[in-house]
Every structure is written in structure tokens, then in C-alpha cells.
Design a protein around this ligand. Structure first.
Ligand code: NAD
Ligand code: ZN
Length: 361
């Protein structure tokens, strides 16, 4: 159990478990009983885990309602949120009631945003079921939806009441989705912790085989890194932006590929590009840079994309919300484990880096 604090006070706990069974007990510890609960899931997660979780929560609540939307990033939109609001209104949800985000990062981001805005804010908990959502998106209170194809353009900071992870749920993830999570995990090591990065590389085969003791260690180490960063800077006024390593170019690729490439894959590709800029600036050695690139291959993550014009990526990168006074806030590396914010990256450097990962160039 990992406590997450704000101003030295614990605001919620992260629990790592091997089933969903303890969820009612932890809700009880928070004094949560006799509320209406709405379990929000996508179609795939609901089919696998919806009945089990609903049954477990039934005893603890006055009413359990389920809201299910089609799986996929293309449904992380205000249209889906609107349908959720409607479901809550139809079932008489008020400020005392609560949402349960059961699913990956798409479900978590969307549910958190609905919780932040419905009746000016109701409580929610995160029950993340993908590797990516367990190590990254469920922690830190960033919620939101995509708008007009722009990633996370509409959102709010809203902290969950608890984060409950059942790591055995990862067994049903397909390989592509599993390795997407490795994109954010490698990112954690690259920006903050060289030893952790090396540990992940050393355990590549056990991780790929999803050995549960190794996964548990890895998930809890990544949660610790994310916790530490978000505790120091909950609303991204400073160093929390380091978590955006790989996301500046990654989000542009995600948008231009019409979300056909997955978030974790785009991030991994984006950080190869950002590492390339760092390497060209002689902040990373050739050995370090090529290791970063090769680890993507090792963990089934991409090292190139095709079918998009490099100039288009530059244009979209510059319209991303990570701009400040007309300058892109880029995250670069000064050696493995040491990320920093840089606002001096030029268009030429971006074009050069994107050409490097563009299979058509
Ligand atoms: P996702 O939620 O789309 O889940 C991926 C797929 O796996 C979906 O098809 C889902 O139905 C399926 N799935 C989920 N759990 C499963 C399970 N246990 N077994 C079988 N299938 C399962 O995607 P994701 O990769 O979890 O999250 C990506 C999203 O997270 C993006 O929208 C990204 O922007 C967001 N994100 C947010 C933050 C944040 O701080 N809020 C951080 C990183 C990423
Ligand atoms: Zn991400």
C-alpha cells in the first residue's frame, strides 16, 4: 500500500492486490457505505470483470449502476461523458454518490473528468486494469478527454479517493496492450531513476513472460516514481512536466495516426525522438541513445512510423497544449535518469528528430 500525500497529509492510498476481493473492505475503511455507485467501464473490461466487481460492491452500496462505452481512445470524448451524465441523472445520482473507474487509462481519464464536473464534483475511485493505467494514468489526478482530435484538451485535476490494482487482471491483456505499459515504465526510469531503468532491462524476459513477483516489484517501483513526482507538483507548475517526456511528439503522432497507434507506442516513439535531440546536443552518449532505441525493440515497442509527413508532425507538435509563451516545453535527457525542461528546441531539431523516426525518410 502506497500513501499519496498533499501538504503532508495522505489524500489517498494505492493498493496492489492479486484479486478484486478486498475492494469492499478498503471502501469500508474510507467509510464508504450506502452510496449509489456507478461502475464505468469500456465494453471489453465490462465483459471480463464487470459482473465480478458489481457483485462485490453490491453489498456495500444502496445501488450499483453500470455505464459501458465502446473500447478505444476514439471514445474518450465529451460525447461519451454526456451519455454518462445522462445515466447519472436518470439514476438520481447526487453529491454523496460515487463513480468507479474500472478499466484502462481511457476509462480512468474519462470517469475522473465526469466526476470532477458532475454537480461540480463527486467522488471517484480508480480500479485500473491495464499495465499503463496501473503504473501511470490512475495516479496523480489528471483527468480529461480528447477534443477535435487533440489529446486531453479538456480536463481537470481531480484526485481519486483510492486506487485499487488487481495485478492478476493484467493476465488477460493482449501483448500489444501489455507492452504499451512498458513505454511509460521505461519513461519513468529514463526521466528519474537510472538504476530502475537498468533493473527493468535486466528483467526483460521475466517481464515479457509476466512473472507475477517481478511485475509486482516493477509496478510498485513505477508507482513510487509517479507518486514522488506528482506529490511535489500536483498541478504541473514545474517538474511534473518531466512525465511528459516523449509526449510532445508522441501526441502529434497519436493524433495524425487517427489513434490507430496506441498511446504507449506513440510515447515510446516520441521519447526516441526526444532522446535523439539530446544525443545530437551531446547530452546523451551514442551508447546511451542507441540503448534507449534498442530497448523499444526489446519490449515490442516501435522505433519508427510511416505514412505521415514530417512537417505535419512539426505543425501539430507546435499546436499542442504544452506551449508556454509561444515556446514548446520539451523534455530532454541529460544522461539516463536525468530529465529536464527545455524551451529552446528549434524547428530544425524537431524536424531532424522526426525524420530519424520516420520510416519513409
Ligand atoms: P485503454 O484504456 O484504451 O485500454 C487498452 C485496451 O485494453 C482497451 O481496449 C481495453 O478495453 C483493454 N483492457 C483494459 N484492461 C484489460 C484487461 N485487464 N484485460 C483485457 N483487456 C483490457 O488504454 P490504456 O493504454 O490503458 O490508457 C491509455 C490512455 O491513458 C490514453 O488516453 C492516455 O492519454 C491516458 N493517460 C493518462 C495519464 C494521466 O496522467 N491521466 C497518463 C498516461 C496515459
Ligand atoms: Zn502517457
Amino acid at each position: 500500500c502506497i500513501p499519496v500525500k498533499k501538504d503532508n497529509e495522505t489524500i489517498y492510498h494505492i493498493y496492489l492486490e492479486e484479486s478484486f476481493a478486498k475492494l469492499p473492505e478498503y471502501l469500508g475503511m474510507l467509510g464508504i457505505r450506502n452510496k449509489r455507485l456507478c461502475i464505468v467501464s469500456d465494453s471489453i473490461v465490462d465483459a471480463r470483470y464487470g459482473d465480478e466487481v458489481a457483485e462485490l460492491l453490491n453489498d456495500r452500496c444502496s445501488k450499483v449502476v453500470r455505464f459501458v462505452f465502446p473500447a478505444g481512445e476514439e471514445h474518450k470524448t465529451l460525447d461519451t461523458v454526456k451519455l454518462l451524465y445522462r445515466k447519472l441523472i436518470e439514476n438520481g445520482f447526487d453529491r454523496n454518490d460515487m463513480l468507479v473507474a474500472l478499466g484502462g487509462g481511457v476509462v480512468g481519464d474519462l470517469t475522473g473528468y465526469a466526476a470532477a464536473t458532475y454537480l461540480r464534483g463527486i467522488e471517484f475511485i480508480q480500479v485500473p486494469t491495464t499495465l499503463l493505467s496501473q503504473v501511470d494514468s490512475s495516479i496523480g489526478g489528471k483527468t480529461g478527454v480528447d477534443f477535435d482530435g487533440y489529446k486531453n484538451m479538456v480536463g481537470a485535476f481531480c484526485q481519486p479517493k483510492l486506487v485499487y490494482m488487481n495485478i492478476t487482471a493484467l493476465n488477460t491483456l493482449n501483448d500489444e496492450q501489455f507492452f504499451c505499459g512498458m513505454g511509460e515504465i521505461l519513461k519513468h526510469g529514463l526521466i528519474k531513476d537510472a538504476d530502475y531503468y537498468e533493473w527493468v532491462i535486466e528483467h526483460m524476459s521475466e517481464i515479457s513472460e509476466r512473472k507475477s513477483d517481478v511485475l509486482k516489484k516493477m509496478i510498485s517501483a513505477s508507482c513510487e516514481i509517479k507518486r514522488e513526482v506528482v506529490e511535489k507538483d500536483p498541478t504541473e507548475k514545474g517538474d511534473r512536466a518531466l512525465l511528459n517526456f516523449g509526449h510532445t511528439i508522441g501526441h502529434a503522432i497519436e493524433k495524425l495516426m487517427d489513434f490507430k497507434m496506441l498511446h504507449g507506442q506513440c510515447v515510446a516513439l516520441g521519447y526516441v525522438a526526444a532522446s535523439y535531440i539530446s544525443y545530437k546536443r551531446e547530452l546523451l552518449s551514442a551508447e546511451e541513445f542507441f540503448e534507449i532505441r534498442d530497448m523499444n525493440v526489446g519490449f515490442n515497442l516501435p522505433i519508427s512510423f510511416d505514412g505521415i509527413d514530417t512537417n505535419k508532425i512539426l505543425e501539430v507538435t507546435k499546436s499542442d497544449k504544452k506551449m508556454e509563451a509561444g515556446k514548446i516545453k520539451f523534455i530532454l535527457l541529460k544522461g539516463i535518469g536525468h530529465a529536464f525542461i527545455d524551451k529552446t528546441v528549434t524547428d530544425e531539431e524537431i524536424l531532424d528528430a522526426v525524420n530519424y523516426i520516420n520510416a519513409d525518410c
